[in-house]
Design a protein around this ligand. Structure first.
Ligand code: 9KY
Length: 233
């Protein structure tokens, strides 16, 4: 049984990523709002654009704390943020959805999301993803590292120096692999399952623009930041 050991610098890296991840939480709690009241499709759409706008700002702050990120080519930094913003939003949404809640609250939250204005055809892939994330029972460190790994995906559109991004992502993957082995010793395939979620996340990327434009309302308004990041309007 080979001894898995997280080195001192890997521990420092994990602490930086976790602190950044916790420091940059979403200000209001969208789940609490959704559990409180039933909103119209228009109000839900507005809530989504507000939450997503603040999440992008939070994502930028988190990303700036990823060691090495600010040393990347500046245009590549933008390409990585733009390329991962939707996936980071769904990853965060999944974490919000699968958070431990009082009995019956998750069912109410799911019902509210199902009636929020999103077209029916996207419900299955979206909730399948949320539930598969929930089944992993990730610890905070794993969630933070998985978000950093998603951002540091070398093959995003317009990334010039893919090797520089690969090197950063690899060091995150190595820490996550060791962490999974230590946190889930009975589940040797746990790390592979985690990475499998990133593949599922990419499929949600393709649905996203259509989910927005098919939201049951006319005249979908977006913030300037979302127009930049989401390729809409
Ligand atoms: O606000 C939200 N998500 C935010 C985003 C930023 C990071 C925190 C979560 C929205 C809700 C907005 C209001 C109508 C109900 C969905 N949401 C979605 C979601 C996100 C995007 C789309 C289309 O692209 C469809 C659904 N999944 C959720 C799972 C749990 C709790 C909220 C969730």
């Amino acid at each position: 049984k080979e001894k898995i050991e997280i080195t001192k610098e890997q521990q420092a890296l994990m602490k930086i990523i976790l602190d950044a991840y916790n420091r940059h939480q979403i200000p209001q709690d969208v789940a609490k709002k959704l559990l409180q009241d039933q909103y119209s499709a228009e109000e839900n759409f507005l809530l989504l654009t507000e939450m997503a706008t603040s999440q992008v700002q939070v994502l930028v702050e988190f990303t700036k704390n990823i060691p090495g990120f600010l040393s990347l080519d500046h245009e590549d930094q933008i390409a990585l943020l733009k390329g991962s913003a939707v996936e980071a939003m769904f990853l965060r949404s999944a974490q919000v959805f699968s958070r431990k809640m009082p009995k019956g609250h998750t069912e109410v939250l799911e019902a509210r999301i199902r009636k929020s204005g999103i077209s029916e055809e996207f419900m299955t892939p979206m909730f399948n993803f949320y539930k598969s994330i929930g089944e992993l029972h990730m610890v905070q460190e794993e969630q933070a590292l998985l978000t950093a790994i998603t951002i540091l995906t070398p093959d995003r559109p317009h990334v010039k120096d893919q090797h520089a991004v690969e090197r950063l992502q690899e060091s995150m993957l190595d820490v996550l692999r060791k962490l999974c082995a230590l946190q889930h010793p009975q589940e040797p395939q746990y790390f592979a399952r985690l990475l499998g979620r990133l593949t599922e996340l990419r499929t949600l990327n393709h649905y996203h623009t259509e989910m927005l434009t098919s939201w049951r309302m006319n005249d979908h308004k977006f913030t300037p930041l979302l127009c930049e990041i989401w390729d809409v309007q």
